[in-house]
Design a protein around this ligand. Sequence first.
Ligand SMILES: Cc1ncc(COP(=O)(O)O)c(C=O)c1O
Length: 424
Amino acid sequence: MRLFNSDCFTYRNNELYCEEIPAALIAENYGTPVYVYSKKFFTDRYKEFTEAFSEINHRVFFASKSNFNLNVIKIFADLGAGIDVNSAGELYRAKKAGVNPKDMLFSGVGKTAEEIKEAIENNVLILKAESLGEAHLINKLAGDLGKIAPIAFRVNPDVNPETHPYISTGLAENKFGISSDDTIAIFKEADALPNLDVCGIDMHIGSQITKISPYVEAVQKMAELFLKLTSDGIELKHFDIGGGMGITYDNETPFTPKELAKELVPIFKTLDCEILFEPGRSLTANGGVLLSEVLYTKKNNQKNFIVADAAMTDLLRPSIYGAYHHIQPAKIYDRNDITADIVGPVCESGDFLAKDREITISEPGELLSIMSAGAYGQVMASNYNARRRPPEIIIDGDKHYSTRSRETFEHLLFDEVIVDDLHR
Ligand SMILES: Cc1ncc(COP(=O)(O)O)c(C=O)c1O
């Protein structure tokens, strides 16, 4: 079978390593399923991204929705990144990781009044507004708090990012942002409100985008709007292009940050402002794997099945998007390949990690590595079937650190109680 090696996950003597640590050692110490991340991968990807745009005034805000582990957030913040948060919960987590809200963007298509207040009280750098109604609410709440709220409107440039429909966000049919046709009028109305500082224009056209052309098309449209708005007297300090940069899960050949910069920097140079980026997946996905033990193998007259101890509750992407994650044994044996469905223990046929996948014959007790699991993995995990969410381990060279242990059954009950009156 084909083996997927990412920068920091490689085979030595037929054994998978993360940096200097064998995957088997992590499974032995922490049990399975278990998430394993490489600090070096995160660091290298962040540096590669920011260096590619070093010619221009810019700042990278790590999209914490892709991986909101406190230590992952802190790794990026310590490198100089700001943090993009998408809810009061993510704001809370980023603060717990030691990030000053002045270094945060607050995004989200449906913020509640409580979340907006939280963002204003914490003095986040920019609050995104996704409708005129939201801008009016931010204005009112800022007034109540005696503050001026810095806002950027998210504009929907109506560009096809050529990605999975569930993660495409910049088409007119999608729920996100304001329409580019209404942009000038909406900015002007909001700019006249007393408690708003309308300081930025923002886009995010989708995720797992592997071609540069949708970015070029969208940035060109947005740059025209930016120039029109500033010539009309609106003082914009930020132009935010969002995230969405794609990665290799299977055989995709995404652009590099350098290639993206080559196309976009000339456009950015025509704008007198700071350029903001919000990458998530491209900084984290291939810096993580989910290790899972094979529980059983079986076969019927149609299919081979490998039943693993990881499920859709641990890694949801295959079930909801039909997303591809390469799966390979953590130890390579000289055996034949089979075609199998790799499935989890949850009572749903939708609980699979891979369908009709070519994989070396595996035996119960052996370890599988589900690749590219550093983004949209643990953050989407759930407790369905009263399963405990897995631990997260970060490797730094020859050291491994548990940043979060496996949930206990007590965690699952939290403050749930038996109400005696209900049972009389
Ligand atoms: C507003 C916003 N910014 C950034 C991101 C990060 O996207 P990605 O992980 O694809 O880079 C997302 C993802 O949904 C988003 O909604």
